[in-house]
Design a protein around this ligand. Structure first.
Ligand code: HDC
Length: 596
């Protein structure tokens, strides 16, 4: 406990409405501790009628009787300059202003007359402004001032029958906010007290048991401290009652970005409705300290929109030779083909990953985090309604045969396709030196999540599918998949039960488990490398596919290919049904090595 007594020697304080209740307690306490006090009170009724010198005089007498120094002032706070004049004429300065005067004219909204409104605003809001403004030049000149505005829980939370009073009391918080900012450089502090006290304003409003404990003298020390030179608060709202005090501040929810790029300038009310629970979710709400901070965050939102970053996710992806081999087996590489040994045997002098292996860091990031769901209006997605729609993979730099990659992912676009929502995610994977090695873009089709009022078309940067040329294919390769294909492929990391669990696949609307889309894509990439790159994975640049229909493990895949310079277009179909399962697809090679 500090041993130094808090004193106000040499300080001059104005307390408005000091004839009774809280104002009287403030005046008595400050005077007792050495301040010279202007005891202002118009002496009217609690609804603002009449005037009398009695109330102020009684308090001044009480102060003088205890050896303090005080002078009475009977002006209305609306004549703030006159009150300040009283201080200057009698004591030569003004250091403290406690704007405390108030009246009530309670009526429900329909019955409030304009006079009820104006009078309440005049006394509370305009009065506080007038006294503060008149004191300002003196405080500024002496480079010191302490101002208190009196607000109320009726303003903070509303109170039936007090619309005029609530509005004025909230107005005082706004007034204090700006006075605090303008006064900062002159050492003029302005804080808000939100008292609940037994006074003539609250008698009859509060229950008796509470009323009896709400002694104004229990709040006075809190206000006195706020008025002391040692108090560093400026712009604080302090609530106090019944021997308790607390700071209040407003918070803002994390909010929700309503568009996916800076170029999108149409937002529908339907979309707003669909994301309303995100807009109003207060879980990660934060206090905003200033208008600068408030708009600073908006700038951050703009910057993220420019870079098309909505929410960021991060994950590590550690892999070894064993993972490359398991993946290669999962997409049909076989020792029966001598050319495949370099994908299956770690001691092969040319041991390599099949490049499509590197879809895994992006995919696993999506599977292990909330990435896809975070893009959806409802913020929810579960594996029973998720299908892999499209995939783009680009190898940006040489990728080693083992490593520990860091992947960062963001939702890049969201489309409303009516039958479903398409969430497009971008994932970049970096090595331990921060070198960007891999880019993935996945479009996830969330069946049944459409019709949320979102846009239909993709933004720039969503990599489009490209239809195959109209002519007959330049080459075709067939691969059998095994009935255990999904059971084997899933060991590479995508453990989605859709691919193995008959009950689960039924729930998702499939008669039997379906093959991973990326497994069919892996088969297709193998075919193109075999046909156009002499099985040399280093020639691979990128692949883009659309998964147009599901494949059942055990079906035969036919990959039809068209060579257009270094781009190999392809369509993959199921031989048994004749159905196209991968469409609009291509692989870009650094160089084509093929004899046609
Ligand atoms: C949370 C973690 C993330 C998980 C990642 C993935 C994990 C994996 O385990 C999951 C998988 O591997 S699932 C297996 C692979 N995928 C598939 O089998 C899906 C096959 N595709 C389909 O069934 C339909 O195309 C279907 C159902 C997708 C769409 O068919 P329809 O509803 O009939 O749509 P349609 O009427 O043809 O077209 C409507 C609009 O949607 C666009 N579109 C169609 N297919 C798309 C697709 N595959 N991807 C993206 N967009 C697609 C159409 O262009 C059309 O758009 P518009 O109206 O603007 O023209």
């Amino acid at each position: 406990m500090s041993s130094e007594q808090i004193r106000y020697n040499g300080r001059v304080a104005i307390v408005t409405g000091a004839g009774a209740g809280l104002g009287r307690e403030y005046a008595l306490l400050l005077a007792e501790r050495g301040a010279k006090v202007v005891v202002n009170d118009l002496g009217g009724t609690n609804s603002g009628e009449g005037a009398s010198t009695r109330a102020a005089n009684l308090v001044v007498d009480e102060i003088k009787l205890k050896g303090g120094i005080a002078v009475a002032d009977y002006n209305s706070v609306v004549d703030g300059a006159k009150i300040v004049e009283t201080a200057i004429n009698n004591f030569g300065r003004v250091d403290i202003v406690i704007n405390n005067a108030g009246i009530l004219r309670d009526r429900s909204i329909l019955k409030i007359s304009e006079q009820d409104w104006d009078l309440v605003h005049d006394v509370h809001l305009k009065g506080s402004f007038k006294v503060t403004q008149a004191a300002w030049p003196h405080m500024k000149k002496q480079n010191y001032g302490r101002i208190i505005m009196t607000s109320s829980n009726s303003g903070m939370y509303g109170n039936f029958g007090q619309a005029n009073y609530s509005a004025a009391k909230m107005g005082l918080i706004g007034l204090a906010n700006t006075v605090a900012i303008e006064g900062e450089k002159y050492n003029i502090h302005c804080n808000v007290i939100i008292p609940t006290a037994a006074s003539r304003l609250t008698q009859g409003v509060l229950p008796d048991i509470l009323f009896d404990e709400l002694k104004p003298q229990l709040i006075a020390p809190v206000v006195a401290y706020l008025c002391h030179e040692s108090c560093e608060d400026n712009g604080s709202y302090i609530e106090s009652a019944a021997g308790w005090a607390a700071k209040i501040h407003s918070v803002r929810s994390k909010g929700c970005v309503l568009r996916t790029s800076i170029g999108q300038d149409i937002i529908t009310p339907e979309y707003v409705k669909s994301v309303w629970s995100k807009v109003t979710n207060m879980k990660d709400a934060q206090h905003v300290n200033s208008i600068g901070e408030a708009s600073g965050y908006l700038l951050e939102v703009m910057e993220n929109l420019k870079q098309r970053k909505i929410d960021g996710f991060e994950d590590n992806f550690k892999y070894s030779a064993k993972d490359l081999i398991l993946y290669a087996l999962g997409i049909g590489a076989t020792v029966k083909n001598a050319n495949d040994l370099k994908f299956l045997y770690e001691n092969d002098p040319d041991f390599h990953a099949i490049p499509s292996f590197f879809v895994l860091p992006g995919l696993l990031l999506s599977l292990t985090t909330n990435l896809v769901a975070s893009g959806l209006p409802e913020g929810k997605a579960d594996l029973t309604n998720i299908l892999h729609g499209e995939q783009y993979l680009e190898i940006c730099d040489e990728v080693p045969t083992s490593g520990n990659l860091t992947s960062t992912g963001q939702v890049f676009d969201i489309m409303d396709k009516s039958s479903g929502a398409v969430v497009v995610t971008n994932t970049n994977s970096f090595d331990e030196n921060g070198r960007l090695l891999i880019k993935n873009q996945s479009s996830i089709f969330v069946v049944g999540a459409g019709k949320f009022g979102g846009k239909k078309d993709p933004i720039d940067g969503v990599i489009p599918i490209v239809p195959a040329p109209k002519r007959s294919p330049d080459a075709s390769i067939r691969y059998n998949t095994s009935v255990d294909q999904a059971a084997l492929y899933r060991l590479s990391g995508d453990l989605n039960p859709l691919h193995i669990d008959p009950n689960f696949s039924m729930m998702a609307g499939f008669k039997t488990p379906i093959l991973h889309g990326l497994c069919s894509m892996g088969f297709s990439v193998r075919a193109i490398l075999a046909k156009y790159a002499n099985n040399n994975p280093s020639l691979f640049k990128c692949v883009k596919v659309r998964f147009a229909a599901p494949v059942i493990p055990g079906q035969t895949l036919q990959i039809d290919m068209w060579k257009e310079s270094k781009r190999i277009h392809f369509v993959t179909s199921v031989v048994e049904t004749g159905k196209n399962v991968i469409t609009g697809a291509y692989v870009d090679l650094k160089q084509v090595v093929a004899k046609l």
